[in-house]
Write a protein that binds this ligand. Structure first.
Ligand code: AMP
Length: 277
């Protein structure tokens, strides 16, 4: 596995331009969800292709006062996990490799980014679009893999690629969960024992909604909210039913409707979603 920490090293590397390269962008603290995306990348790259993983805790996508400085950075465990998965290229730059102090250019998607997580995290998706653009330029992958857990991010990246003509195929990987249904997330480790015990209520509420025969979004959302609020430590940020494609609200359940929730347990904000209809 080649490890690059600087842009200069990456450029100097004798990358084989003819090899199919699949990129898995991450912020590290790798868990089973990330590993599943790396395996999907490997399948897609084929035996002659290359899997590249980036690990970069991107300061631009943390709102002021958010958890940028305490975000977990287990560097050697992450490198070991990549090695064990047969990753070919690990790119893990430090922030000043990626951003000049006087940077003044950003990439911004202006419609899908306004709602849901974008409403509670101003600037977050601008940070995501900017870093993904840079990673696509630096690593020149033919395809990139993103998780459906961050479905809004996935929709925005698809829009970015379409609108700015990136020659990169976007591949979606399913959400991987703990045995009790909680989606793996690097932020789960912030939860204390009590919060962790209550967090699976998200999945329970989503599954109940998907199994109900209810067609009215408003009624489904009332049931979902009541269920989530039955966990004393849960504080709902949003619960919405939207189109999985353009993220616009849906009043009734139709094909490609998505129920998405964001819930705080203490200071930790967890997100999850499920397809309805
Ligand atoms: P992050 O390191 O949190 O920025 O996530 C990197 C990638 O992993 C993103 O494409 C996420 O959507 C994806 N991801 C995060 N959690 C999961 C999960 N539980 N299952 C599948 N993919 C995930």
């Amino acid at each position: 596995m080649k490890i690059f920490s600087t842009v200069a090293e990456l450029h100097a590397s004798s990358g084989n331009q003819n090899k199919r390269r699949i990129l898995v962008p991450t912020m590290g603290a790798l868990h089973a969800g990330h590993i599943s995306l790396i395996r999907l990348a490997r399948e897609n790259a084929g035996k002659d292709g290359e899997v590249a993983v980036s690990i970069f805790v991107n300061p631009l996508q943390f709102e002021p006062g958010a958890d940028f400085s305490r975000y977990p950075r287990p560097e050697s465990a992450d490198a070991e996990a990549c090695r064990a998965e047969g990753v070919d290229v690990l790119f893990r730059p430090v922030p000043n490799e990626m951003y000049a102090d006087d940077r003044s250019t950003y990439v911004e998607e202006t419609i899908l980014s306004e709602r849901l997580c974008g409403a509670s995290r101003p600037g977050h998706f601008r940070g995501v679009c900017t870093v993904v653009t840079k990673l696509f330029h630096l690593l020149e992958p033919q395809a990139a893999v993103f998780g459906e857990k961050d479905f809004q991010q996935l929709a925005i990246i698809r829009r970015l690629v379409r609108d700015l003509d990136f020659p990169v195929e976007i591949i979606a990987g399913p959400t991987i969960r703990e045995p009790d249904g909680l989606a793996f997330s690097s932020r789960n480790q912030y939860l204390n024992a009590e919060e962790r015990a209550q967090a699976p209520v998200l999945r329970v509420a989503l599954l109940e909604a998907a199994q109900s025969r209810e067609n009215s979004s408003a009624r489904i959302l009332t049931t979902v909210r009541t269920k989530i609020e039955s966990a004393p430590l849960a504080r709902i940020d949003y619960a919405e039913i939207v189109s999985a494609d353009d993220l616009q609200p849906r009043l009734t359940i139709e094909p490609r409707s998505l129920l998405a929730v964001a819930v705080f347990f203490g200071k930790t904000r967890l997100i999850d979603n499920i397809h309805l209809g």
